[in-house]
Design a protein around this ligand. Structure first.
Ligand SMILES: Cc1cc2nc3c(=O)[nH]c(=O)nc-3n(C[C@H](O)[C@H](O)[C@H](O)COP(=O)(O)OP(=O)(O)OC[C@H]3O[C@@H](n4cnc5c(N)ncnc54)[C@H](O)[C@@H]3O)c2cc1C
Length: 389
C-alpha cells in the first residue's frame, strides 16, 4: 500500500464520481475549511453558511429533480457527506438531519406535501430537523410519550423532544408521536403556537449543531401535516429516516478520519524525538498503519453501502449498518490515537484532532448507538454464515 492510497479515494471511484468528489472537496473546502472551530465556539452555524448550503443546492442534492432537488444518487450523495465531514461534523449534520426529514417526505409524504413542503426543503428555503428522542426514550423509541390527539375536529400535539440537531435554527420539524390509530410522524412549523424551543447548552461534540429541546403544549396540527399513515411512524418512517442518517454518518466519519489521518501523518513525518522522526518509531508506525488501513476499509464499506442503495439491493440496509458501525467506531479509535500522536498540540481545542475526538464520540451515539447497531448486525451476520454453510 502506498501513501497515496490513504490520501485519495479516486482508485475506488469511477472517473465521473472521482471528479464529482474532487469538485465537492474544493467547493466546501475553499469556502469553509478552518472555520469549524469558530462555529463550535459560537455554538451554531452562521446564517450565511445555511444560505450558502441552500444556494449551492447541497440541502436538496438527493431530492427528486421534480421537487427542485439535485436528483443525486446515493454514491454522489455519500461523497458530499465525505467532503462535508472533512470540514466539520456540525456542517455535515445540518445537511444530514435536513436530508433525513426531506427524504422521508419525498418517499412517504402526500401529494400535497410534495407540492407545498418539498420544494422549499429541496431549495433550502426552509430548514428541516427530525424530532424523535425524548427525555425517557432514545434508542427505544417505542417508549416515547408524545401524543397527537384528535380534538375539536383537529389534532393537538403534547410532549417533549430533546437533543434535536439544529432545533435552534430549523423552520420545520418532523415529529414522532402516538395518535389514536398508532404511531405517527407529523410536520410542525417552528412558529406554531404552543411550541417552545430552548437551547440545550454545552455539549461534548457537534457543538455547532444548535441542539434544542422542543416543548409541545397543545400545539394544533393540521391533519394534512401527517406524513404517511397511522402505524407507520416507528415501523416505516423512522427506519427510513435513520437509514439515510446512517449512510450520511458513515461517509461523514470517513471524511473526518481522512482529516485526522492527514494531521497525524504530517506530524509523524515532521516531528522528531530521540534523534529520529516520529514515523521512524515502531509504535507510531503501528498507529499510522492501523489508521491508514482502517480509513481505506471504511471507504470500501461506505461505497458498498451507497452502491447497494442505488441498486436497490435487498442487502442495502445491512451494508449501511455495517458502514455506519465500522466508520464511526474506527473514527473514534483513531481520533483518540491522533490526539496521542500530536500530543500537546493535539489537545488544543481548535485542533482537528481535539474536535474530531469530541465529535467522534457523538457519532457513535446518534443514528443508532454502537450497542444498538451491534444488536441489529450480530444476528444478521451470524445468520448469513448459517445460510452459506
Ligand atoms: C449531539 C446529539 C445530536 C442528536 N440529534 C438528534 C436529533 O436530531 N433528533 C433526535 O430525535 N435525536 C437526536 N439525538 C438523540 C440520539 O438519537 C439519542 O441520544 C440516541 O438514540 C440514544 O438515546 P439515549 O441518549 O436516550 O440513550 P439510551 O437509549 O438510553 O441508551 C443508553 C445506553 O444504553 C445502551 N443501550 C440501549 N439499548 C440497548 C440494548 N438493547 N442493548 C444494549 N445496550 C443498549 C445504549 O447503547 C447506550 O449506551 C442526538 C443526540 C446527540 C448526543
Amino acid at each position: 500500500m502506498t501513501a497515496s492510497v490513504a490520501t485519495t479515494m479516486d482508485h475506488l471511484l469511477t472517473p465521473a464520481a472521482a471528479e464529482h468528489h474532487a469538485r465537492l472537496c474544493e467547493l466546501v473546502g475553499d469556502s469553509w475549511r478552518g472555520d469549524a472551530a469558530a462555529w463550535d465556539r459560537a455554538g451554531r452555524l452562521p446564517a450565511e453558511v445555511l444560505r450558502w448550503c441552500a444556494e449551492q443546492g447541497l440541502l436538496g442534492a438527493p431530492l427528486p429533480a421534480e421537487a427542485g432537488g439535485g436528483g443525486w444518487n446515493m454514491v454522489r450523495t455519500g461523497l458530499l457527506y465525505e467532503a462535508l465531514g472533512r470540514v466539520g461534523a456540525s456542517l455535515a449534520s445540518l445537511v444530514n438531519v435536513h436530508g433525513m426529514a426531506a427524504q422521508t417526505i419525498a418517499r412517504w409524504g402526500s401529494e400535497e406535501q410534495h407540492r407545498t413542503v418539498l420544494p422549499d426543503l429541496a431549495t433550502g428555503r426552509r430548514i428541516a430537523a427530525i424530532a424523535m428522542t425524548e427525555p425517557g426514550a432514545g434508542s427505544d423509541l417505542a417508549g416515547m410519550t408524545t401524543t397527537l390527539d384528535a380534538r375539536d375536529g383537529g389534532l393537538v400535539l403534547n410532549g417533549t423532544k430533546v437533543f434535536i440537531t439544529f432545533g435552534g435554527q430549523a423552520d420545520v420539524f418532523l415529529v414522532f408521536a402516538y395518535a389514536d390509530g398508532g404511531d405517527v410522524a407529523c410536520l410542525v412549523n417552528r412558529n406554531t403556537p404552543g411550541l417552545t424551543i430552548e437551547p440545550m447548552g454545552d455539549v461534548l461534540g457537534l457543538r455547532a449543531a444548535c441542539l434544542a429541546r422542543l416543548e409541545f403544549r397543545g400545539c394544533r396540527v393540521d391533519p394534512a401535516a401527517l406524513v404517511g399513515r397511522p402505524g407507520f411512524g416507528l415501523a416505516v418512517l423512522a427506519p427510513h429516516a435513520l437509514e439515510h442518517g446512517r449512510h450520511a454518518a458513515a461517509w461523514m466519519a470517513a471524511g473526518m478520519l481522512h482529516e485526522v489521518f492527514a494531521a497525524t501523518a504530517r506530524h509523524a513525518l515532521a516531528r522528531h524525538a530521540f534523534g529520529r522522526a516520529l514515523i521512524d518509531h515502531g509504535q507510531i508506525q503501528s498507529i499510522v498503519t492501523r489508521m491508514g488501513t482502517d480509513l481505506e476499509a471504511a471507504r470500501h464499506l461506505c461505497l458498498a453501502a451507497s452502491e447497494a442503495l442505488d441498486a436497490r439491493d435487498p442487502a442495502a440496509g445491512d451494508r449501511v449498518l455495517a458502514a455506519k458501525y465500522f466508520a464511526c467506531r474506527v473514527l473514534a479509535d483513531h481520533a483518540e490515537a491522533g490526539v496521542q500522536v500530536l500530543a500537546s498540540s493535539g489537545v488544543l481545542e481548535s485542533s482537528v484532532t481535539a474536535r474530531t475526538y469530541r465529535d467522534a464520540k457523538v457519532l457513535n451515539i446518534i443514528e443508532g448507538t454502537t450497542q444498538v447497531l451491534e444488536r441489529m448486525l450480530a444476528p444478521r451476520l451470524a445468520a448469513s454464515v448459517g445460510r452459506d454453510a
